[in-house]
Ligand binder design. Structure first.
Ligand code: UD1
Ligand code: MG
Length: 463
């Protein structure tokens, strides 16, 4: 890992361009807010900017400015962004050059500025650090992060002199066939000396089909005033992938996901099939847990050590303790304590707490309930608004009738109670400690401790 202390400081600011609508996304949602790894895409750029330790981070907003501002502020708070964030409102979306022009009051405060696009979430700290270091060493007026791509379509192409100096960047929409055949592309990440940048900005003339001011035209302008442009070639071209369409969104998400999974694998988690496993950025998984194929973990899901999760599981904001087994089930906003067995085909809904050593199995649904220590709900049950104390066996097909059409009511089942199969517990109702309920009963009154309750019609055999 490189030394992070050398970069940043009071002379450096980072500017993130995030005002564009993202027309090619064909979406009502601003592009930089599209989710990736469970976070709005701009999170990754924000985190990167923060890691550079600049004096401040400027975020240019425009399209749906209030929405983007609110999302960025919330992210900053949630994810521990420590650098001050300043929003710059771009009044009309006249291109990336115009976005930087609108940011002059912010940029003026610094000697050096790193400019990043809000739609390149895969850039790593190593690359941007390398870019900043190369900028410092080569003493040019601007340094670009570039990459060589087999298919450069859509990106700005880097035009170099026969000697290899960077002359200019040509955008796809205005390039000649010869220029468009060049395969070194602009990542959209730059390091600028602010003074020459500010001198050139206002001279960028509108271009292309949308008459936009291309930030990339600044290179030629800086050069025309005697400045020098350098390029830092990314060692990993995959990183520069820009997200302009949903096809690129999916490609980027795949990389983010793979990075997450690799991090887990390197910390001792077995991921049987990375291709069918999707894990959000905030998920935590303990050592020696095995994740079987077709498993999705969203939000703030946390899995303990030595668990087996999957195949075919969906977990969202779920906490699972050590040594649990979860198979083909859905768990949302719930807590499963250690050594529980869930599934196959269980639906554990919000505000449920299971275990330790509880079992909820085949086609059972649990909602806002506690299934206490060692208790079992193995087959075909609905347990809602219920407190199951401990060591209870709930027979197949048991239903807590918690809803009378207006209000939800509570069921309590005491320790060591035994509920026969196909029982209806009409809430509010209490089943006492050690009580037994005969199969097929509909229980409408409390059952005292140790009693046997049978509430069903007696069998009549007729010849
Ligand atoms: C841009 C670069 C291109 C580079 C590519 C890398 C320009 C002109 N071109 O192209 O050379 O290869 O990124 O991904 O910059 N934005 C604003 N205000 C605007 C317009 C855009 O803030 O008026 C922001 C967008 O929100 C986005 C960024 O600037 O984050 C880049 O804009 P985008 O339209 O995605 O440019 P690309 O075509 O990807
Ligand atoms: Mg883009």
């Amino acid at each position: 890992m490189m030394n992070t202390q050398r970069k940043g400081g009071k002379n450096m600011g980072v500017l993130i361009l995030a005002a564009g609508q993202g027309t090619r996304m064909e979406s009502a949602l601003p592009k930089v807010l599209h989710p990736m790894g469970g976070k709005p895409m701009i999170f990754y750029t924000l985190r990167l900017a923060n890691a550079l330790k600049p004096a401040a981070i400027g975020v240019v907003v425009g399209h749906e400015a209030e929405k983007v501002k609110a999302a960025v502020s919330a992210l900053a708070k949630e994810t521990g962004i420590t650098r001050p964030i300043q929003f710059i409102v771009q009044k009309a979306m006249l291109g990336s050059g115009n976005a930087v022009l609108e940011s002059v009051p912010f940029l003026k405060k610094f000697k050096t500025a790193v400019v990043l696009c809000g739609d390149t979430p895969l850039l790593t700290y190593e690359s941007i650090y390398g870019l900043a270091l190369s900028h410092e060493e080569q003493k040019g007026q601007a340094t670009l992060l570039t990459a060589k791509l087999a298919n450069p379509k859509g990106y700005g192409r880097i035009v170099r002199s026969p000697m290899g100096e960077v002359l200019r960047i040509v955008e796809e929409s205005v390039g000649s066939p010869k220029e468009l055949a060049l395969n070194e592309v602009n990542s959209g990440a730059y390091c600028f000396e602010v003074e020459p940048l500010l001198l050139g900005l206002k001279d960028i003339s509108p271009k292309g089909p949308k008459k936009e001011q291309f930030l990339t035209d600044i290179m030629e302008l800086v050069r025309s005033k005697g400045g020098k442009i350098n390029a830092y070639l990314s060692p990993n071209p995959e990183e520069i992938l820009g997200v302009n369409s949903r096809v690129q969104l999916a490609a980027s998400e795949r990389v983010i996901n793979r990075r997450m999974l690799e991090r887990f694998m390197l910390s001792g988690v077995t991921v049987c099939d990375p291709g069918s496993t999707h894990i959000d950025a905030d998920v935590e998984i303990g050592q020696d847990t095995v994740i079987q194929p077709f498993t999705v973990m969203r939000g703030k899901t946390k899995i303990g050590r030595q668990c087996r999760v999957g195949p075919f599981c969906y977990l969202e904001d779920a906490q699972v303790g050590n040594e649990c087994e979860v198979r083909s089930s859905q768990l949302v906003s719930c807590r499963v304590l250690e050594k529980c067995a869930i599934g196959p085909f269980a639906n554990i809904r919000p505000d449920s707490v299971l275990g330790p050593r509880a079992k909820v199995g085949n086609f059972s649904e649990v909602k806002n309930s506690r299934v206490g220590f060692g208790s079992k709900v193995p087959h075909l049950s609905y347990i809602g608004d219920t407190e199951i104390i401990e060591d209870v066996n709930v027979g197949a097909g048991t239903i807590t009738c918690n809803y009378d059409g207006k209000t939800k009511h509570k069921t309590t089942i005491g320790a060591k109670a035994f509920i026969g199969s196909n029982v209806n517990l009409v809430a509010p109702v209490k089943v006492g400690r050690g009580a037994k309920i005969g199969a097929g009963s509909t229980i409408t009154e409390d059952v005292p401790d140790g009693n046997l309750a049978i509430a069903r019609a007696r069998q009549v055999n007729k010849a």
